[in-house]
Design a protein around this ligand. Sequence first.
Ligand code: CO
Length: 449
Amino acid sequence: MIKRRIGITDTTLRDGHQSLLATRMRIEDMLPIAEELDSAGFHSVEVWGGATFDSCLRFLDEDPWERLRTLKKHFKKTRLQMLLRGQNIVGYKHYADDVLEEFVKYSVSNGMDIFRIFDALNDVRNMEAAMKFVKREGGHVQATVVYTISPVHDYNFYMKTAMELQELGADSICLKDMAGILSPYNAFEIIKGWKEKLDIPVQLHAHYTSGMASMAYLKAIEAGVDVIDCAISTMALQTSQPATETMLASLERSPYETGLDLTKLSRIAEYFKEARKNYAQFDSSSCSVDTNVLLYQVPGGMISNFINQLKEQNALDKLSRVLEEVPRVREDFGFPPLVTPSSQIVGTQAAINVIVGARYMYATDEVKNYMRGFYGRPPAPVNEEVRRKIIGDEQPITVRPADLIEPELPKAREVAGDCIMKPEDAVSVALFPQVAPEFLRRRKAAGQL
Ligand code: CO
């Protein structure tokens, strides 16, 4: 019997440590195992983007561009993959097109192959420029639909959005379940629909948070999914991805195979079991399965943020009320999926509403900008009364937010001045003006010693 090959993207070096170790893994802990990972036979390895860029500059004193170049040298056979937050690039706000264009250009020239592009609101207008630039530079555009549950996110929504992305030139499509709330049967329905309607490969990305992701993967495989995202077992589960070895073993005596070898994988697992110990202080040893995410759609990372925020306010006893407030704020905001940066925007407002004891009496700048339309079009209309409370009679914009942003690179070049050693440095400064210039200065000073 000829078995159908299911590709596996290994996420250990990006989402794995982002989910479990606060994105703190250093390149020194990646390189010793890179050759084994490269020869394992993965469809691709997700190693860059998401929060890793910020983390390199902010916490690790590592040049993210140097990390990409180094990884490219070590991964000779396997394609590199990254997470690109559409017009938010690898940050938390919308950037001008000039920054996005240069970011993509240097990502490709430094070795990136597959770009998973998403927008937190599933506003396709916020993905168009990124898709265009990646295509132009010769990269693979993996357009993404963010999975969430709401009255407006029905079967037709997932079909319509995916068709639209295919028409815009996507090379493949991904369903991204960042919260881990995709049930096996919902996965089956959406993936089956996509396989019937689309001509491009379909990939599924899920987090294990609620304990359903491995089951969702199995149903997705039965529905025809081409690639699934997994992490090596010692960096999997909890808020990370399902374990590669589990999925491989689950397919025994099935019409499917992964092409991977359990013995090789066990050496990789053994390596990360030890490497993980270097990050014990960041290791989120939360409970194995988080049921809050099923009740409130609040992912694990968000709950730890709440705990920190509430502790500062001496109001930890209000945690359950904050969790209950999240779905109400989300409804007022037009049911945004809870993913960076909308999760922070909704979560912070929910906490403020409960701590202040009056809803929307105070709103953060991000919330005001959300109501102004600066993050794009919410999936459903926002609550008009709430909007008036937050921005008064101000009219929200209807154009693509980035259309209103002036080019940002000239200022970044000016700010960083002679600390810029390569064109990529200006992109880093434009992305993170609070931390990148300081990093570049430190590096320059160290070089002169
Ligand atoms: Co993820």
